[in-house]
Design a protein around this ligand. Structure first.
Ligand SMILES: *Cc1c(COP(=O)(O)O)cnc(C)c1O
Length: 343
């Protein structure tokens, strides 16, 4: 089967013109995987994991990036830039490579997961490491691209959210209707805004739970966080670019923002891999940790519900996190002791 990709499959709902290039790496159409043991502990009837790590570069960013890069190409851009905690740069580098656009990425020093950096390098993007955190990097590229001539590929680019809303369409199509509620990790808050737009376009309303890491939870506290800290690097954001849209999504959907400590993110991360067979990156486990916490705070609140948790990125993105959370490798054994060792 040739995978249609987001632009072709959802062209009637996207800003596609006859001049938009038919760019695709086979993004979208990711599976919903059942997680019965987690559903039991959340106290809902069904928990479905939307496994966005199965996109071409391993994160949901591909849905929006294919639209943003195709539109940049349509407008004649030769150079594109983004600031990134990692997945945006991996996705931008891949789609720019496919579209023949030169790509530059600005990453904050430290704290970028190894797999993501490897991808950006492999796809030939030039990387600038900036002193400061993500928020500094985003301000810098916004100022640079405001002068024109260079395409900005961050989620402040409206085409990114347009592409990302297609995940909401897929969920509704797969389940044969809207879920009772949807939980997702929130960093710059583009994705929560995109999902909300998707459901609204379908005329559907359901609560959206935006989960942040406790050390980077500006939408929970209501004020920017100057030094965001969490092992979930994809959501280590102190001042979300789509703050206003996200608050609107939360209010109008009847949803909620919640913060989870890193220990709970790690616990959910391990359970997803060990019990559901889905290896996601730490940030992607936050919505499951969030649902477990909300259920503990008010037992029975999800009774009978069919919930979806969006697992935004693949576990292989951040091998260091996985190895740090695992027991150390045992000492080598001689071949003669293999039977004993395997017991
Ligand atoms: C980008 C990203 C997020 C956060 O999405 P926002 O749109 O910035 O809120 C969460 N998880 C992963 C894996 C990401 O790459």
């Amino acid at each position: 089967m040739i995978r249609a990709g987001v632009l072709l499959r959802w062209r009637d709902r996207l800003p596609v013109t006859p001049r938009t290039p038919a760019l695709t790496l086979g993004e979208g159409d990711t599976p919903l995987v059942a997680a019965p043991t987690l559903a039991r502990d959340i106290g809902c009837a069904e928990l479905w994991l939307k496994v966005e790590g199965q996109n071409p570069t391993g994160s949901f960013k591909d849905r929006g990036m294919v639209v943003a890069v195709a539109k940049a190409s349509e407008a004649g851009a030769k150079l594109a830039v983004c600031a990134s905690t990692g997945n945006t740069s991996a996705s931008a580098a891949a789609y720019c490579a496919a579209a023949g656009i030169t790509c530059r990425v600005v990453v904050p020093e430290g704290k970028v997961a190894l797999g993501k950096l490897a991808q950006a390098l492999a796809h030939g993007a030039r990387i600038v490491v900036l002193r400061g955190n993500f928020d500094t990097a985003l301000s810098a590229v916004r100022a640079l691209t405001a002068r024109g001539g260079i395409a900005l590929l961050n989620s402040v680019n409206p085409y990114r959210l347009e592409g990302q809303k297609t995940a909401a369409f897929e969920i509704v199509e797969s389940l044969g209707g809207p879920p009772s509620g949807l939980a997702l990790p929130v960093g710059n808050a583009g994705n929560i805004s995109a999902y909300w737009r998707g459901f609204v376009e379908l005329g559907m309303q359901l609560p959206i739970y935006g989960i942040q890491a406790a050390g980077a939870a500006p939408l929970v506290s209501g004020a920017p966080v100057e030094h965001p800290e969490t092992l979930a690097t994809a959501i280590r954001i102190g001042n979300p670019a789509s703050w206003t849209l996200a608050v609107q999504a939360q209010r109008e959907s009847g949803g909620q923002f919640a913060a989870v400590p890193d220990e709970e993110i790690v616990a959910a991360y391990k359970r997803l891999a060990a019990e559901a067979g889905v290896f996601c990156e730490p940030a992607s486990a936050a919505p499951v940790a969030g649902l477990l916490r909300l259920a503990r705070e008010r037992p029975g609140r999800f009774a009978g519900q069919r919930l979806v948790a969006v697992l935004t990125g693949h576990g292989l993105k951040d091998p260091q996190a996985a190895i740090a959370q695992a027991p150390p490798l045992p000492e080598p054994v001689p071949a003669g002791s293999i039977e004993e060792a395997l017991r």
